[in-house]
Design a protein around this ligand. Sequence first.
Ligand code: AMP
Length: 397
Amino acid sequence: MIRKKTLRDIDVKGKKVLVRVDYNVPLDSKGEVADDTRIRATLPTLRYLISQEAKTILISHLGRPKGKIDPAVKLDPIARALSSLLGQEVKKVDKTVTEEVKEVVNNLKGGEVLLLENVRFNPGEATNDPNFARQLADLADIYVNDAFGTAHRAHASTVGVTAFLPSVAGFLLEEELRNLSQLLEAPAAPFCAVLGGNKVSDKIGVIKNFLGLVDCLILGGGMCFTFLKAGGFSIGDSIIQEDFLKEAEFLIEKASKDKCRILLPDDVVIAKEISSEAEFKVVEVKDGIPNGWRGLDIGPRTAEKYSEIIRNAKTVFWNGPMGVFEIEAFSNGTRQICQALAANQGVTIVGGGDSDAALRRFASKDQVTFVSTGGGACLKFLEGTPLPGVEALDNKE
Ligand code: AMP
Protein backbone atom coordinates (compact mmCIF):
# COMPACT_ATOMS: atom_id res chain seq x y z
CA MET A 1 0.00 0.00 0.00
CA ILE A 2 1.23 3.48 -0.67
CA ARG A 3 3.10 5.27 2.12
CA LYS A 4 2.20 8.67 0.77
CA LYS A 5 -0.72 10.89 1.70
CA THR A 6 -3.50 10.99 -0.86
CA LEU A 7 -6.39 13.31 -1.58
CA ARG A 8 -8.41 11.35 0.98
CA ASP A 9 -5.99 12.34 3.77
CA ILE A 10 -6.38 16.09 3.38
CA ASP A 11 -9.21 18.63 3.56
CA VAL A 12 -9.57 20.35 0.19
CA LYS A 13 -12.98 21.96 0.78
CA GLY A 14 -13.03 25.38 -0.85
CA LYS A 15 -9.21 25.41 -1.15
CA LYS A 16 -7.06 26.40 -4.11
CA VAL A 17 -5.59 23.11 -5.30
CA LEU A 18 -2.75 22.91 -7.82
CA VAL A 19 -2.98 19.56 -9.63
CA ARG A 20 -0.08 18.30 -11.78
CA VAL A 21 -1.60 16.13 -14.50
CA ASP A 22 0.02 14.46 -17.49
CA TYR A 23 -1.95 15.59 -20.53
CA ASN A 24 0.90 14.83 -22.90
CA VAL A 25 -1.54 13.34 -25.43
CA PRO A 26 -1.29 12.85 -29.20
CA LEU A 27 -2.90 15.56 -31.36
CA ASP A 28 -4.46 14.93 -34.79
CA SER A 29 -3.71 16.82 -38.03
CA LYS A 30 -6.20 19.54 -37.02
CA GLY A 31 -4.43 20.00 -33.69
CA GLU A 32 -7.25 18.43 -31.64
CA VAL A 33 -6.80 15.66 -29.07
CA ALA A 34 -6.48 12.33 -30.89
CA ASP A 35 -6.46 10.08 -27.82
CA ASP A 36 -7.96 11.28 -24.54
CA THR A 37 -6.99 8.26 -22.40
CA ARG A 38 -4.67 10.26 -20.14
CA ILE A 39 -7.26 13.03 -19.72
CA ARG A 40 -10.04 10.57 -18.83
CA ALA A 41 -7.74 8.88 -16.31
CA THR A 42 -7.67 12.06 -14.18
CA LEU A 43 -11.48 12.49 -14.04
CA PRO A 44 -11.93 10.76 -10.65
CA THR A 45 -9.54 13.27 -9.04
CA LEU A 46 -11.13 16.24 -10.79
CA ARG A 47 -14.70 15.15 -10.03
CA TYR A 48 -13.77 14.72 -6.37
CA LEU A 49 -12.23 18.21 -6.22
CA ILE A 50 -15.29 19.70 -7.91
CA SER A 51 -17.58 17.91 -5.44
CA GLN A 52 -15.53 19.48 -2.62
CA GLU A 53 -16.01 22.96 -4.13
CA ALA A 54 -12.22 23.22 -4.48
CA LYS A 55 -10.72 25.73 -6.94
CA THR A 56 -8.78 23.43 -9.22
CA ILE A 57 -5.68 24.74 -11.03
CA LEU A 58 -4.36 22.22 -13.54
CA ILE A 59 -0.80 22.15 -14.74
CA SER A 60 0.60 19.90 -17.48
CA HIS A 61 3.21 19.67 -20.19
CA LEU A 62 2.66 18.72 -23.83
CA GLY A 63 5.52 17.75 -26.14
CA ARG A 64 9.06 19.01 -25.63
CA PRO A 65 9.07 22.79 -26.17
CA LYS A 66 12.36 23.01 -24.20
CA GLY A 67 11.69 26.18 -22.21
CA LYS A 68 10.34 28.22 -25.16
CA ILE A 69 6.84 29.12 -26.30
CA ASP A 70 5.76 26.82 -29.14
CA PRO A 71 2.25 27.55 -30.50
CA ALA A 72 1.96 23.94 -31.76
CA VAL A 73 1.85 22.62 -28.20
CA LYS A 74 -0.35 25.17 -26.43
CA LEU A 75 -2.92 23.50 -24.21
CA ASP A 76 -6.12 25.00 -25.73
CA PRO A 77 -7.20 21.72 -27.41
CA ILE A 78 -6.75 19.97 -24.06
CA ALA A 79 -9.01 22.52 -22.34
CA ARG A 80 -11.67 21.88 -25.01
CA ALA A 81 -11.43 18.08 -24.63
CA LEU A 82 -11.51 18.28 -20.83
CA SER A 83 -14.49 20.68 -20.85
CA SER A 84 -16.51 18.19 -22.85
CA LEU A 85 -15.45 15.21 -20.69
CA LEU A 86 -16.25 17.04 -17.44
CA GLY A 87 -19.45 18.59 -18.79
CA GLN A 88 -18.42 22.02 -17.51
CA GLU A 89 -16.26 24.83 -18.83
CA VAL A 90 -12.54 24.50 -18.14
CA LYS A 91 -11.02 27.99 -18.12
CA LYS A 92 -7.65 28.37 -19.85
CA VAL A 93 -4.95 31.01 -19.50
CA ASP A 94 -2.03 31.65 -21.91
CA LYS A 95 0.60 31.90 -19.18
CA THR A 96 1.69 29.82 -16.21
CA VAL A 97 2.74 32.03 -13.29
CA THR A 98 2.24 35.73 -14.13
CA GLU A 99 0.31 38.35 -12.09
CA GLU A 100 -2.61 38.00 -14.56
CA VAL A 101 -2.75 34.27 -13.88
CA LYS A 102 -2.78 34.98 -10.14
CA GLU A 103 -5.72 37.28 -10.64
CA VAL A 104 -7.67 34.66 -12.61
CA VAL A 105 -6.89 32.11 -9.87
CA ASN A 106 -8.06 34.51 -7.14
CA ASN A 107 -11.34 35.03 -8.98
CA LEU A 108 -12.07 31.29 -9.30
CA LYS A 109 -15.26 30.12 -7.60
CA GLY A 110 -15.57 26.84 -5.70
CA GLY A 111 -15.94 23.94 -8.17
CA GLU A 112 -14.35 25.79 -11.09
CA VAL A 113 -11.41 24.37 -13.05
CA LEU A 114 -8.58 26.36 -14.63
CA LEU A 115 -5.88 25.01 -16.96
CA LEU A 116 -2.54 26.85 -17.03
CA GLU A 117 -0.43 27.05 -20.21
CA ASN A 118 2.13 24.32 -21.06
CA VAL A 119 4.49 24.26 -18.08
CA ARG A 120 7.46 23.36 -20.30
CA PHE A 121 7.29 26.79 -21.97
CA ASN A 122 9.12 27.91 -18.81
CA PRO A 123 12.88 27.22 -18.69
CA GLY A 124 12.67 26.73 -14.92
CA GLU A 125 10.44 23.65 -15.24
CA ALA A 126 12.93 21.05 -16.50
CA THR A 127 15.79 22.50 -14.41
CA ASN A 128 13.63 22.29 -11.28
CA ASP A 129 14.36 25.95 -10.57
CA PRO A 130 13.31 26.75 -6.97
CA ASN A 131 12.15 30.27 -7.95
CA PHE A 132 9.82 28.90 -10.59
CA ALA A 133 8.63 26.19 -8.20
CA ARG A 134 7.90 28.87 -5.59
CA GLN A 135 5.89 30.89 -8.15
CA LEU A 136 3.82 27.80 -8.95
CA ALA A 137 3.26 27.10 -5.27
CA ASP A 138 2.17 30.72 -4.67
CA LEU A 139 -0.91 30.05 -6.80
CA ALA A 140 -2.41 27.49 -4.40
CA ASP A 141 -2.95 26.12 -0.87
CA ILE A 142 -2.43 22.46 -1.65
CA TYR A 143 -0.52 20.46 -4.29
CA VAL A 144 -1.79 17.20 -5.78
CA ASN A 145 0.32 15.05 -8.08
CA ASP A 146 -1.81 12.98 -10.47
CA ALA A 147 0.78 12.84 -13.26
CA PHE A 148 2.05 9.27 -13.05
CA GLY A 149 3.47 9.49 -16.60
CA THR A 150 5.84 12.27 -15.45
CA ALA A 151 6.61 10.99 -11.94
CA HIS A 152 10.09 9.79 -13.01
CA ARG A 153 11.14 13.40 -13.78
CA ALA A 154 12.43 15.73 -11.04
CA HIS A 155 10.95 18.94 -12.45
CA ALA A 156 9.64 22.09 -10.75
CA SER A 157 6.00 21.02 -11.16
CA THR A 158 6.61 17.47 -9.95
CA VAL A 159 9.25 17.90 -7.22
CA GLY A 160 10.28 21.55 -6.61
CA VAL A 161 6.76 22.71 -5.78
CA THR A 162 6.40 20.15 -2.98
CA ALA A 163 8.90 22.11 -0.85
CA PHE A 164 6.34 24.90 -0.44
CA LEU A 165 2.91 23.22 -0.12
CA PRO A 166 1.20 20.28 1.58
CA SER A 167 1.62 17.68 -1.17
CA VAL A 168 -0.45 14.55 -1.76
CA ALA A 169 -1.13 11.92 -4.44
CA GLY A 170 -4.21 12.11 -6.64
CA PHE A 171 -6.42 9.09 -7.28
CA LEU A 172 -4.76 8.15 -10.59
CA LEU A 173 -1.27 8.22 -9.10
CA GLU A 174 -2.52 6.15 -6.18
CA GLU A 175 -4.15 3.59 -8.49
CA GLU A 176 -1.00 3.29 -10.62
CA LEU A 177 1.17 2.69 -7.55
CA ARG A 178 -1.28 0.19 -6.06
CA ASN A 179 -1.45 -1.87 -9.24
CA LEU A 180 2.23 -1.77 -10.12
CA SER A 181 3.35 -2.42 -6.50
CA GLN A 182 1.57 -5.76 -6.46
CA LEU A 183 3.96 -6.93 -9.21
CA LEU A 184 6.98 -6.20 -7.01
CA GLU A 185 5.54 -7.07 -3.61
CA ALA A 186 3.48 -10.23 -3.68
CA PRO A 187 2.80 -11.44 -7.22
CA ALA A 188 0.84 -14.71 -7.35
CA ALA A 189 2.91 -17.44 -9.04
CA PRO A 190 3.41 -18.31 -11.78
CA PHE A 191 4.39 -14.71 -12.61
CA CYS A 192 5.27 -14.12 -16.22
CA ALA A 193 6.66 -10.90 -17.70
CA VAL A 194 6.42 -10.27 -21.44
CA LEU A 195 8.80 -7.64 -22.80
CA GLY A 196 9.08 -6.45 -26.37
CA GLY A 197 9.46 -3.24 -28.35
CA ASN A 198 12.53 -1.86 -29.93
CA LYS A 199 15.02 -0.78 -27.35
CA VAL A 200 16.89 -3.09 -25.00
CA SER A 201 18.20 0.04 -23.28
CA ASP A 202 14.68 0.97 -22.02
CA LYS A 203 13.94 -2.48 -20.64
CA ILE A 204 17.28 -3.74 -19.33
CA GLY A 205 16.68 -2.37 -15.81
CA VAL A 206 13.31 -4.12 -15.60
CA ILE A 207 14.79 -7.37 -16.91
CA LYS A 208 17.47 -7.23 -14.17
CA ASN A 209 14.97 -6.49 -11.41
CA PHE A 210 12.50 -9.12 -12.65
CA LEU A 211 15.01 -11.99 -12.78
CA GLY A 212 14.64 -12.62 -9.05
CA LEU A 213 10.86 -12.10 -9.14
CA VAL A 214 9.31 -13.80 -12.13
CA ASP A 215 9.01 -17.47 -13.04
CA CYS A 216 9.33 -16.72 -16.72
CA LEU A 217 10.57 -13.81 -18.79
CA ILE A 218 9.23 -13.83 -22.33
CA LEU A 219 11.15 -11.72 -24.84
CA GLY A 220 10.02 -10.57 -28.28
CA GLY A 221 10.00 -7.47 -30.46
CA GLY A 222 13.10 -5.81 -31.90
CA MET A 223 14.99 -6.14 -28.63
CA CYS A 224 15.00 -9.95 -28.64
CA PHE A 225 17.52 -9.93 -31.49
CA THR A 226 20.22 -8.51 -29.21
CA PHE A 227 19.57 -11.49 -26.91
CA LEU A 228 19.47 -13.95 -29.82
CA LYS A 229 22.80 -12.65 -31.10
CA ALA A 230 24.24 -12.88 -27.58
CA GLY A 231 23.03 -16.51 -27.57
CA GLY A 232 25.07 -17.18 -30.72
CA PHE A 233 22.34 -17.06 -33.40
CA SER A 234 22.67 -15.31 -36.78
CA ILE A 235 20.20 -12.43 -36.90
CA GLY A 236 20.83 -11.06 -40.42
CA ASP A 237 19.92 -7.37 -40.61
CA SER A 238 17.58 -7.39 -37.59
CA ILE A 239 17.65 -4.42 -35.26
CA ILE A 240 20.37 -4.69 -32.61
CA GLN A 241 21.90 -2.67 -29.78
CA GLU A 242 25.55 -3.77 -29.89
CA ASP A 243 26.33 -1.97 -26.61
CA PHE A 244 24.06 -4.39 -24.77
CA LEU A 245 25.39 -7.70 -26.16
CA LYS A 246 27.64 -8.41 -23.17
CA GLU A 247 24.90 -7.52 -20.71
CA ALA A 248 22.40 -9.73 -22.58
CA GLU A 249 24.85 -12.64 -22.42
CA PHE A 250 25.33 -12.06 -18.69
CA LEU A 251 21.56 -11.93 -18.08
CA ILE A 252 20.88 -15.17 -19.97
CA GLU A 253 23.46 -16.85 -17.74
CA LYS A 254 22.16 -15.23 -14.56
CA ALA A 255 18.60 -16.30 -15.39
CA SER A 256 19.58 -19.95 -15.49
CA LYS A 257 21.23 -19.59 -12.05
CA ASP A 258 18.16 -17.76 -10.64
CA LYS A 259 15.89 -20.56 -11.91
CA CYS A 260 14.02 -18.04 -14.04
CA ARG A 261 13.34 -19.04 -17.60
CA ILE A 262 14.21 -16.45 -20.24
CA LEU A 263 12.25 -17.42 -23.34
CA LEU A 264 13.38 -16.29 -26.77
CA PRO A 265 11.59 -16.96 -30.07
CA ASP A 266 12.09 -20.34 -31.78
CA ASP A 267 10.76 -19.01 -35.08
CA VAL A 268 10.45 -15.50 -36.52
CA VAL A 269 8.76 -13.70 -39.41
CA ILE A 270 11.39 -12.07 -41.61
CA ALA A 271 11.31 -9.58 -44.50
CA LYS A 272 13.81 -7.48 -46.43
CA GLU A 273 12.24 -4.21 -45.35
CA ILE A 274 9.67 -2.74 -42.95
CA SER A 275 6.84 -2.24 -45.43
CA SER A 276 3.35 -3.59 -45.98
CA GLU A 277 4.38 -4.51 -49.54
CA ALA A 278 7.47 -6.48 -48.47
CA GLU A 279 7.76 -10.19 -49.21
CA PHE A 280 7.90 -12.10 -45.90
CA LYS A 281 8.45 -15.65 -44.64
CA VAL A 282 8.83 -17.64 -41.43
CA VAL A 283 12.22 -19.11 -40.49
CA GLU A 284 13.53 -21.16 -37.58
CA VAL A 285 15.85 -19.14 -35.35
CA LYS A 286 18.27 -22.08 -35.10
CA ASP A 287 18.70 -21.97 -38.90
CA GLY A 288 19.70 -18.29 -38.70
CA ILE A 289 18.30 -15.21 -40.47
CA PRO A 290 20.02 -14.63 -43.83
CA ASN A 291 21.87 -11.36 -44.46
CA GLY A 292 19.63 -8.78 -46.11
CA TRP A 293 16.60 -10.05 -44.11
CA ARG A 294 15.39 -8.82 -40.74
CA GLY A 295 13.16 -10.30 -38.04
CA LEU A 296 9.95 -8.29 -37.74
CA ASP A 297 7.67 -10.51 -35.65
CA ILE A 298 7.78 -13.66 -33.55
CA GLY A 299 6.80 -16.71 -35.61
CA PRO A 300 3.49 -18.60 -35.31
CA ARG A 301 4.91 -21.47 -33.24
CA THR A 302 6.50 -19.03 -30.79
CA ALA A 303 3.29 -16.99 -30.59
CA GLU A 304 1.38 -20.19 -29.70
CA LYS A 305 3.94 -21.19 -27.06
CA TYR A 306 4.05 -17.69 -25.48
CA SER A 307 0.23 -17.46 -25.49
CA GLU A 308 -0.17 -20.71 -23.61
CA ILE A 309 2.20 -19.56 -20.87
CA ILE A 310 0.43 -16.20 -20.63
CA ARG A 311 -3.04 -17.78 -20.49
CA ASN A 312 -2.00 -20.04 -17.60
CA ALA A 313 -0.01 -17.57 -15.49
CA LYS A 314 -1.50 -16.12 -12.28
CA THR A 315 0.23 -12.77 -12.80
CA VAL A 316 1.31 -11.22 -16.11
CA PHE A 317 3.04 -7.94 -16.90
CA TRP A 318 3.34 -6.93 -20.55
CA ASN A 319 5.27 -4.03 -22.08
CA GLY A 320 6.25 -3.71 -25.73
CA PRO A 321 4.90 -5.22 -28.96
CA MET A 322 6.22 -8.58 -30.23
CA GLY A 323 6.82 -7.17 -33.70
CA VAL A 324 6.08 -4.28 -36.03
CA PHE A 325 2.40 -4.64 -35.16
CA GLU A 326 1.46 -1.48 -37.08
CA ILE A 327 1.82 -3.58 -40.28
CA GLU A 328 -0.63 -6.47 -40.72
CA ALA A 329 2.00 -8.98 -41.91
CA PHE A 330 4.03 -8.49 -38.70
CA SER A 331 1.17 -8.15 -36.23
CA ASN A 332 0.26 -11.77 -35.46
CA GLY A 333 2.58 -12.16 -32.45
CA THR A 334 1.29 -9.03 -30.75
CA ARG A 335 -2.32 -9.96 -31.59
CA GLN A 336 -1.93 -13.39 -30.00
CA ILE A 337 -0.31 -11.91 -26.88
CA CYS A 338 -3.25 -9.51 -26.50
CA GLN A 339 -5.77 -12.32 -26.91
CA ALA A 340 -3.94 -14.52 -24.39
CA LEU A 341 -3.90 -11.65 -21.88
CA ALA A 342 -7.62 -11.13 -22.44
CA ALA A 343 -8.27 -14.83 -21.77
CA ASN A 344 -6.18 -14.86 -18.57
CA GLN A 345 -8.26 -14.88 -15.36
CA GLY A 346 -5.47 -13.70 -13.04
CA VAL A 347 -3.80 -10.32 -12.58
CA THR A 348 -2.84 -8.83 -15.95
CA ILE A 349 -1.04 -5.49 -16.08
CA VAL A 350 -0.05 -3.66 -19.24
CA GLY A 351 2.33 -0.68 -19.57
CA GLY A 352 3.47 1.55 -22.42
CA GLY A 353 1.70 3.47 -25.18
CA ASP A 354 2.29 0.91 -27.96
CA SER A 355 1.06 -1.98 -25.85
CA ASP A 356 -2.03 0.02 -24.88
CA ALA A 357 -2.73 0.79 -28.56
CA ALA A 358 -2.24 -2.86 -29.54
CA LEU A 359 -4.49 -4.06 -26.74
CA ARG A 360 -7.26 -1.76 -27.90
CA ARG A 361 -6.83 -2.94 -31.47
CA PHE A 362 -6.64 -6.69 -30.87
CA ALA A 363 -8.68 -7.14 -27.65
CA SER A 364 -10.11 -4.66 -25.17
CA LYS A 365 -8.81 -2.78 -22.17
CA ASP A 366 -11.68 -4.14 -20.06
CA GLN A 367 -10.23 -7.62 -20.43
CA VAL A 368 -7.11 -6.86 -18.40
CA THR A 369 -6.70 -5.83 -14.76
CA PHE A 370 -4.94 -2.52 -15.35
CA VAL A 371 -3.32 -0.47 -18.11
CA SER A 372 -0.72 2.00 -16.87
CA THR A 373 -0.82 5.55 -18.27
CA GLY A 374 2.97 5.81 -17.92
CA GLY A 375 5.54 4.30 -20.29
CA GLY A 376 8.91 5.46 -18.93
CA ALA A 377 7.59 5.97 -15.40
CA CYS A 378 6.09 2.48 -15.32
CA LEU A 379 9.40 0.89 -16.40
CA LYS A 380 11.39 3.00 -13.90
CA PHE A 381 9.06 1.94 -11.09
CA LEU A 382 9.39 -1.73 -12.04
CA GLU A 383 13.18 -1.38 -12.15
CA GLY A 384 12.85 -0.69 -8.44
CA THR A 385 13.99 2.93 -8.91
CA PRO A 386 12.22 5.43 -6.60
CA LEU A 387 10.17 7.94 -8.63
CA PRO A 388 11.14 11.51 -7.63
CA GLY A 389 7.57 12.81 -8.11
CA VAL A 390 6.27 10.20 -5.67
CA GLU A 391 9.12 10.40 -3.16
CA ALA A 392 8.60 14.18 -2.82
CA LEU A 393 4.99 13.81 -1.56
CA ASP A 394 4.08 13.95 2.15
CA ASN A 395 4.34 10.66 4.03
CA LYS A 396 1.36 9.13 5.78
CA GLU A 397 1.72 9.50 9.55
P1 AMP B 1 9.43 0.61 -27.89
O1 AMP B 1 9.15 2.08 -28.00
O2 AMP B 1 10.85 0.30 -27.55
O3 AMP B 1 8.44 -0.14 -27.01
O4 AMP B 1 9.23 0.05 -29.38
C1 AMP B 1 7.98 0.01 -30.04
C2 AMP B 1 8.22 -0.12 -31.52
O5 AMP B 1 9.02 -1.24 -31.77
C3 AMP B 1 6.95 -0.31 -32.33
O6 AMP B 1 6.73 0.83 -33.12
C4 AMP B 1 7.25 -1.52 -33.21
O7 AMP B 1 6.91 -1.32 -34.57
C5 AMP B 1 8.75 -1.65 -33.09
N1 AMP B 1 9.21 -3.03 -33.28
C6 AMP B 1 8.74 -4.14 -32.69
N2 AMP B 1 9.40 -5.23 -33.14
C7 AMP B 1 10.31 -4.80 -34.03
C8 AMP B 1 11.28 -5.45 -34.82
N3 AMP B 1 11.42 -6.79 -34.78
N4 AMP B 1 12.06 -4.70 -35.62
C9 AMP B 1 11.92 -3.37 -35.66
N5 AMP B 1 11.01 -2.68 -34.93
C10 AMP B 1 10.21 -3.39 -34.11
